[in-house]
Design a protein around this ligand. Structure first.
Ligand code: PAF
Length: 281
């Protein structure tokens, strides 16, 4: 595997591959790679001739500087994992390489980017669109792979890609979970042992709510999930939204949309660490 730090070198490498008729898969990441990322990379390797994995802790999508500061950085281990997964290129640029000038572009795709994470983390999806659109234009991938754990992020990226006319196929990949159900996330390593022990209660509540929903309204199901998680000392629900899986607009009845998904954010522990998850109804 080649590790590349500049856009120029990346483009040179990829234009040679494209001229040779090779297909290109892109897996954008912020590093601190885990088995969830590995599943995206393995899928890209299976479906494309060349897989590029970007490792870039994108500052413009962090609205909380403390979150950026404590985000785990594990470049050496990341490259070892990517080699094992069979990726051809790790693209690990500096902040100055990506943002020689501040990015002043503004992306807005309501309601998709305005609700839930968009409401709680102002500017977050704007930063995601800034970096992902740059990566799409440097790499010009045939396929882009994104983890469904960030369910809303995929919906926003789809809108951005359609808006800017990127031709790639966006491939959502299922959440990879720990044995006890906790969705894998780079932030999980920040959990203290007692926090890690209670975190699986989030997915347990979401799973239980699927049965509850069969005989109860959307509003009661929302209350059920919130009450069940808030009853666990150390967990606090920030929001639980039950939405149309495509537009992410709130639904009032189960029949309001062809596919309905519940998206949750929970604060865990004293620091606290913010965990997100979702469930399809
Ligand atoms: O999901 C992530 O890790 C990031 O938001 C992404 C897509 C790599 C953009 O920085």
């Amino acid at each position: 595997m080649k590790t590349i730090h500049t856009i120029q070198e990346l483009k040179a490498e990829l234009s040679a591959a494209r001229a040779a008729g090779k297909t290109i898969g892109l897996v954008p990441t912020m590093g601190a790679l885990h088995a969830g990322h590995a599943s995206l990379v393995r899928r890209s390797v299976a479906e494309n001739d060349v897989t590029v994995v970007s490792i870039f802790l994108n500052p413009t999508q962090f609205n909380d500087p403390r979150d950026l500061e404590r985000y785990p950085r594990t470049l050496e281990a990341d490259c070892a994992l990517l080699t094992e997964c069979g990726a051809q290129i790790a693209f690990a640029p500096s902040v100055a390489e990506i943002y020689p000038e501040p990015d002043t572009r503004h992306f807005s795709y309501p309601p998709t980017d305005a609700v839930m994470e968009g409401a709680m983390r102002p500017g977050h999806f704007n930063g995601v669109c800034q970096i992902v659109s740059k990566l799409f234009s440097y790499v010009e991938p045939d396929r882009g792979y994104f983890g469904e754990k960030d369910f809303q992020q995929i919906a926003v990226i789809r809108r951005m890609a359609a808006d800017l006319g990127f031709k790639l196929q966006i491939i959502p990949c299922p959440v990879v979970r720990e044995a006890d159900g906790l969705a894998m996330s780079s932030r999980n390593t920040l959990l203290a042992p007692d926090e890690r022990a209670i975190a699986p209660q989030i997915y347990a509540a979401l799973c239980a709510s699927r049965d509850f929903a069969r005989t109860h309204s959307v509003a009661l199901t929302r209350e059920y999930v919130e009450a069940r998680i808030n009853a666990v000392p150390g967990l606090r629900v920030e929001y639980y939204s039950i939405v149309d899986a495509d537009t992410l607009a709130d639904v009032n009845a189960w029949t309001d949309a062809p596919a309905v998904v519940g998206c949750i954010t929970v604060y865990c522990g004293k620091k606290p660490i913010r965990l997100i998850d979702h469930i399809h109804y």
